[in-house]
Design a protein around this ligand. Sequence first.
Ligand code: F6P
Length: 322
Amino acid sequence: MKKIAVFTSGGDSPGMNACIRAVVRTGLKLDLEVIGIKRGFEGMIDGEFINLDRRSVSGIMNRGGTILHSARSDRFRTEEGRKMAFQQLQKEGIEGIVAIGGDGTFTGADIFTKEFDIPFVGTPGTIDNDLYGTDFTIGYDTAINTAMRAIDKIKDTANAHHRLFFVEVMGRDAGFIALRSGIATGAEAVLIPESKTDTESLIRILELNEQNRKRANIVVVAEGDEEGGAFKIAETVKERFPYFETKVTILGHIQRGGAPTCMERVMASRMGMEAVKALLDGKRSVMVGQVHKDIVFTPFEKAIKHHEKVNPVLLDMVEMLA
Ligand code: F6P
């Protein structure tokens, strides 16, 4: 293998740049030519390729977003789109690819490698932490710290005004961001899709807090919670507490941006380096993950379909410590 490519796809996440840098620097050290594909699968279809040398990835480690840009590609879902992508890769002489992304990225890569003979190795780039085969995904640590800091600030106002806040965090259909940021901010409750939301018990907790004259009440809601998001739950609770001042804050995309944490930079760099080595070792259609302190490889198909269960101890902690 003489020429590899790297791209980022799906929702951007902090740490993607550190991973790109590691892929480029490792590739060059191992005498490979490294190409960057812009805008994920979209750029692959359109042949948006750039040469990446050592200097092109200088000073990017501390930057959020992705220097290669990202996209969600509908065209890549079609056979015609994937065929065009293959032709572009062949024309460019690309022999192996590092894909930095999440669920959708690995689904696309998996289909593609079954149709065409180009090996892909993935690194888990998503704030959601919803992939099997790694303790943490690239972007998750930064996102939970961003959410935690935002909720801390909201708590100041909740306390000053004696208000009940419902704070909605991202995570698609997973509750990992909600759970960790909720524990770290001492939330009254955390509502996540992995556990049944019991509005009655939430109301009992809030009633008890009211009796105990607790001033700041925070409920963290995962956007994928089956009860339908923070606004809907707030509405239901408000009917039972008409005297209580209830507010809703949706944290939204601030959770995706910003400088990656130290943990993130180190983990992303390691995964990027291991991905290149794995390509050279002949691995294909696998995601690089870190479990405990070790690097492990999980087939795409397994990584996307079986994300880790939430730790029940963490759920208990919310109740015990609130
Ligand atoms: O997968 C990352 C994520 O930020 C999810 O948490 C969220 O549901 C989704 O992407 C939002 O995607 P978009 O930015 O395309 O609206």
